[in-house]
Design a protein around this ligand. Sequence first.
Ligand code: TRP
Ligand code: ZN
Ligand code: CA
Length: 454
Amino acid sequence: MNVSEHHIPRRTAATAALTLALAGLLATTAPAGAAAPAAPAAPAAETAAAAAAAAPDIPLANVKAHLTQLQSIATANGGNRAHGRPGYKASIDYVKAKLDAAGFTTTVQQFTSSGATGYNLIADWPGGDTNQVLMAGAHLDSVSSGPGINDNGSGSAAVLETALAVSRAQFKPAKHLRFAWWGAEELGLVGSKHYVNSLPTTERAKVAGYLNFDMIGSPNPGYFVYDDDPAIEKTFKDYFASIGVPTEIETEGDGRSDHASFKNAGIPVGGLFTGASRTKTSAQAQKWGGTAGQAFDRCYHSSCDTTSNINDTGLDRNSDALAHGVWTLSAGTTEPPPTGDTYENTADVAIPDNGAAVTSTVTVSGRSGNAPAALQVGVDIVHTWRGDLVVDLLAPDGTAYRLKNSSSSDSADNVRATYTVDAAGEAANGAWKLRVQDVASQDTGYINAFRLTF
Ligand code: TRP
Ligand code: ZN
Ligand code: CA
């Protein structure tokens, strides 16, 4: 793999909480080794090659066409799309066929709940940095008392149409995108819990964020944003502000949808909601329109949750906000292609918890003279708490260059950055090492890759 394929996170206010800013970690400090003086490293180049692409408008007609199909599926299967009923599996088949045709890699994950087989559908968009996965999801099951068009055909259809928009745009985000439709949410978040529990710890650590959409077309809508990860919350609030729609914090039941499964695993979450059985106040009706003193969704969990139970404006705005969130939170700058020659070691090296330093070696040969004054040091460490890590570059003669210090407050995952080191005093040829030491107990990880560009 060439260094040009390696991406660094875009650093904006919107992504700050997902991708911890690098600059503050680069202060010059004492050397790592007792004898070897450490030289300061300059921050990685951060300039964008191109501005982030704006999200497309999500056509309301397309979202509603999916709802019509989900309604037909319910009607043909006893009036619901509930876990364990034929309407649920038919819903999975409908969504999966659309995604397969659009170029997604789809996986159906089975589980058992209340004696019936349940299904999650996972759709990966090929490309992006698989060490930084942005997920968006919705539960696809209804309750057994109705077709579940607002709860949660609305979120399911909007996530589907956003995924199809990713394909139409042939979007190339910096992060890897993964869309999900959960089974058996109505039985207690069963499908999403099963998914999170079945993810290996290393895979869980790669999920940079999960966006949840459960009920986003309520007939008497409010505009509620989940109050969880600040960067995700801000991204959604900024979108609604840009279209002049006031929002409120979602309070109708924290932990009542699939984002709770991710939040419990320490994954940053956010989402949107237009309200369930709670009553719209007169203050809310004044700012949003609709009917004060009436529920946001009078058909919540009822047989009347049909295609008639949707507010088009609410569904349209939330679908566009969803796409904005996916585009904004997955965008990044592509690292400028290296101008020199890249040497790299991609063998994984486990980093013992609160233990001895480990190294990954890149051997450079056949060059003449010294290393450049702007040696590019690519560091890719997968770790569940990057603050535990002290990272140095060791020149062939053993001189240590501190790249990163430990910090008990730096709780973000992973170290994925390109550092610039003045190595003009070092011979180019020889064995260069990346030295990594974990100096605090509990969180662990491994060196994924180490590369030098001359
Ligand atoms: N599907 C959810 C449920 O039946 C709907 C819901 C109620 C919800 N309150 C919520 C979704 C708050 C998100 C946030 O419980
Ligand atoms: Zn529900
Ligand atoms: Ca540790």
